[in-house]
Design a protein around this ligand. Structure first.
Ligand code: NAI
Length: 377
């Protein structure tokens, strides 16, 4: 099978997410890394791309140059990953979809609900794939939990509790750290800080595992570091379309928690628990039974979980391989194969609607508001 050609925008040297994409995209031999505009500084971007093996004429200074350079090439890239700060996602994703490229966009997909709807429509009208990197949904044990819920193995779900709370911005010295500064600057991050940055991962995970969507929510936002305009801590209660009770806590000042993404699902006949810091195990208790540990790559996992396990039982897998699982499904979809579970532009749009609903609710003392995008009501 010939390799697909892949390009990347953002994710330059020293960035947080860049290495995970480069490892993930190239892990299975599906993609070859052919073109890049990696950095906000054109010279640094060109130099770093070439140090990673990109040919000089495809090591671009910015995304506009990359679009112009790629669109008429006979060997143009098949897929572009957008891993720049949030405010740029919409215009870059729109421009590349318009030009007929498949796109994997980092979360949050857009800054507004209207932009999200535009991307969903554009992906539909161009027939291009627009996926969003909700990579936690691609861990094998998350897929196992999703399959167990879908097959009724924990009965009707009563409640889901998700946290994405860490302490990495507890110092409050945002101006001194360029990687933190933009996350609390409304011009670059939008209407929300931590909810848009991390809360949406946990909310997506809840929807993904339940196979159900968020319908309404009530939010309490706090900027516990007083200089911050945007929230660094949020508590969100929600209800799903099927009426399941949802609880979400997301924070950046939670010293003592490290990565801090975990989720529990409580059904009528069983409960499940998973945490990103121990991603190879999920916990399961049947009503009346003991808590059991399910292990990545053990026999008897559901097919969708088993197919995403790479190495033998007890050998850890982790974040870059979860991102790689996103690329495995993207490659399959680009080649015309069906794949369930790839996070889509519709998921990106739902997240934006939930973020804006949470901001609205928090500004109105936690009033319950509709969290669905208008086009899905
Ligand atoms: P970062 O601040 O560490 O790195 C951003 C990189 O993008 C830098 O190399 C910078 O030079 C480059 N850049 C900025 N503007 C650019 C432009 N206009 N054109 C080309 N390159 C540009 O940011 P980080 O943490 O890597 O986040 C990037 C995106 O990835 C964000 O949208 C963030 O929400 C998302 N992210 C997703 C994660 C996930 O688990 N899916 C985890 C971490 C970040």
């Amino acid at each position: 099978m010939t390799k697909l050609r892949w390009g990347m925008i953002g994710g330059g040297e020293g960035s947080q997410i860049g290495p995970a994409h480069r490892l993930g995209a190239q892990a299975d031999g599906n993609f070859s890394f052919e073109a890049a505009a990696l950095d906000v500084d054109p010279e640094k971007g060109r130099a770093y791309a070439q140090s990673l093996g990109i040919a000089p004429d495809r090591a671009y200074g910015n995304w506009q140059e990359m679009l112009a350079g790629e669109k008429d090439r006979p060997d143009r890239i098949d897929l572009v990953t957008v891993a720049t700060p949030n405010a740029t996602h919409f215009e870059i994703t729109k421009a590349f979809l318009d030009a007929g490229f498949h796109v994997l966009c980092e979360k949050p997909m857009t800054m507004t609900v209207e932009e999200g709807e535009e991307i969903v429509r554009l992906a539909e009208s161009t027939g291009r794939i627009c996926a969003v990197n909700y990579c936690y949904s691609a861990y094998p044990m998350v897929r196992q939990m999703r399959a167990m819920v879908a097959k009724g193995e924990i009965g009707a779900v009563r409640c889901v509790v998700a946290n994405f709370s860490h302490g990495h911005h507890a110092a409050g010295d945002d101006d001194a750290n360029p990687r933190v500064r933009w996350r609390y600057d409304p011009a670059q991050a939008g209407v929300s800080g931590q909810m848009a940055d991390c809360g949406i991962h946990a909310l997506h995970l809840a929807s993904f595992i339940l196979g159900d969507e968020v319908r309404s929510l009530s939010a309490d936002f706090a900027s516990t570091v007083s200089a911050r305009v945007l929230e660094d801590d949020a508590m969100v209660n929600f209800r799903t379309e099927k009426g399941t009770v949802g609880r979400l806590w997301t924070s950046t000042i939670a010293l003592g928690r490290m990565h801090g993404l975990d989720i529990q699902v409580f059904g009528e006949t069983g409960g499940l628990r998973w945490a990103s810091e121990q991603p190879n195990q999920a916990y399961y208790q049947r009503l009346g039974g003991r808590v059991e540990i399910m292990e990545k790559a053990e026999s008897g996992l559901h097919t969708d979980a088993a197919r995403l396990c790479r190495v033998a039982i007890a050998h850890p897998e982790g974040f870059p391989l979860a991102v790689a699982n996103i690329y495995v499904d993207l490659a399959a979809r680009i080649r015309g194969e069906a794949r369930d579970g790839l996070p889509s532009a519709a998921d990106g749009l739902r997240s934006m609607a939930a973020v804006h609903a949470a901001v609205d609710s928090a500004r109105h003392e936690g009033a319950w508001v509709d969290a669905r995008p208008p086009m899905f009501r």
